[in-house]
Design a protein around this ligand. Structure first.
Ligand code: IMP
Length: 445
């Protein structure tokens, strides 16, 4: 399996980090190909918990090369914080490589993300407010700043200047609009900040010189890690060694194929691994999807199987369903096999890893959604392409017997209620997670 892609099959937080960490044992390089520090994954190793946002999950193996690919958007301050945190815990990061072509999340991207969400009010997407959307927008507008720009102060300053001006203008306008709305709503506007917004007093976070200086110093620290990572991946593959392409977020958050506009701003599906890492489609040999035994979603957007009852509460609490990045409570519900089959098709998956099965223990009757019913009463066997239909679709369920045994020590598939899922989506389940630890998995060959 020289080229193996691992993707999320639902709305994220499926446990891709844990699966990547396990499969990385027999790989030589692990590459992140999209997203940024909106992602968060937790790996438990020998009872020790590690949380990552940007660094690929293979970093706990000192001999593996870990790559942040060109498709990632990278907040350099956050990355350096992660590197420092790992070093303090004695983890060697000498094998971390960062694409010179990856785009940087700048302070104005973070401000614009928050300002945009605030402006949308009730219609907000519920982003992680890490600047992801504005950064990818700048990349498409060709106003982006790349990792390689950190290495040349003159170019860096020129590019920041060009990018900054329209941002200052946009932020000023958003701020004025917000204040007007507050005033209309009869709220007492904060006088000092209102004057600052209207008078255009400079925001210290948007100072060109301070920003340039800070980024030059990030560049000095990151320089030993910066590389042509596309070449590096191709070389590993050409030698017949294995590269894992580690997706962040998940299929239903895909900018093109997810539940738009309630999606992230990149393509977390397997097809994007090639673009985001700089390899070709013929380099991909296997695609694994990761799905929880139930479903969760953070932020707004359709979620047909969502539960707002005791069972949903059980999933939230037993599954510790709080965001690694933002700490937000995740919405919980039954596994949705209509959506999962859609994810299997979009990614052309060869295998599935099902995680957190232990969380369902103790629930008397388990449910899996097998079709939807539209509000006009039509049966929908496929994931509808029209958002309005999905928004009002009602799931119909198949019931499976629950289990009340402690599966956390389980190491074989017997008695685990998974055959139905594998048959329905027509993909073999190759790994089952039955607890947070590295050894709490059932491998099925
Ligand atoms: P953004 O990626 O921060 O722009 O957020 C867009 C949407 O994707 C929001 O609904 C977020 O909650 C969701 N999202 C982004 N990253 C993750 C993740 O790693 N796990 C789950 N949801 C995510």
């Amino acid at each position: 399996m020289p080229g193996l892609v691992i993707v999320g099959a639902q709305w994220g937080d499926e446990g891709k980090g844990k699966v990547t960490d396990l499969l990385a044992e027999s790989a030589d390089a692990v590459v992140r190909f999209q997203g940024g520090n909106n992602a968060g994954h937790t790996i438990v190793r020998d009872g020790e918990e590690f949380k990552f946002h940007l660094i690929p999950s293979g970093i706990l193996y000192p001999e593996k090369t870990c790559v942040i690919g060109n498709g990632v958007v990278l907040d350099p301050g956050i990355l350096l914080g992660e590197i420092d945190g790992l070093r303090r815990r004695g983890i060697d990061v000498g094998n971390l490589r960062i694409s010179a072509n990856a785009h940087l999340i700048m302070p104005y991207h973070v401000l614009l993300d928050t300002a945009g969400e605030t402006k949308l009010g009730k219609l907000s997407i519920g982003t992680t407010r890490r600047g992801i959307g504005p950064c990818y927008a700048d990349k498409a507008l060709r106003l982006g700043i790349r990792v390689q720009d950190l290495l040349d102060e003159k170019i860096l300053r020129t590019k920041i200047r060009a990018a900054l001006e329209p941002k200052q203008q946009a932020l000023r306008e958003l701020s004025v609009q917000r204040r007007k709305l507050r005033k209309e709503a009869g709220e007492e506007a904060d006088k000092a900040s209102a004057e600052q917004a209207i008078g255009g007093a400079p925001d210290p976070r948007l100072d060109l010189h301070a920003m340039t200086e800070a980024h030059v110093s990030y560049g000095h620290r990151l320089e030993p890690h910066i590389a042509d990572t596309s070449r590096l991946c191709c070389e590993v593959l050409d030698e017949g060694r294995t590269v894992i392409f580690e997706g962040a977020q998940a299929t239903l958050l895909d900018l093109d194929h997810g539940t738009y506009p309630f999606v992230t701003s990149s393509n977390p599906i397997a097809g994007a691994a090639c673009v985001g890492a700089g390899v070709g489609p013929t380099d991909i040999d296997e695609v694994w999807g990761v799905a929880k035994a139930y479903a969760t979603r953070v932020g707004a957007g359709p979620f047909p199987t969502e539960l707002e009852d005791e069972v949903g509460r059980h999933m939230l609490e037993r599954g510790h369903e709080y965001g690694t990045t933002t700490g937000r409570e995740r919405r919980c519900g039954w596994i949705d096999l209509v959506a999962l089959r859609y994810a299997v098709r979009l990614n052309r998956m060869n295998a599935l890893a099902v995680t957190k099965l232990d969380v369902l223990s103790g629930i008397e009757r388990l449910r899996v959604a097998v079709r939807y019913r539209s509000k006009e009463g039509a049966v929908l066997d496929r994931f509808p392409y029209h958002q309005s239909i999905l928004h009002s679709a009602q799931p119909e369920y198949e019931e499976l017997p629950g289990f009340d045994v402690d599966v956390t020590g389980c190491r074989s598939l017997a008695d685990l209620p998974l055959d139905f899922i594998a048959d329905f989506v027509d993909v073999p389940i190759r790994l089952v997670g039955v607890g947070p630890g590295r050894d709490q998995v059932v491998r099925i060959d």
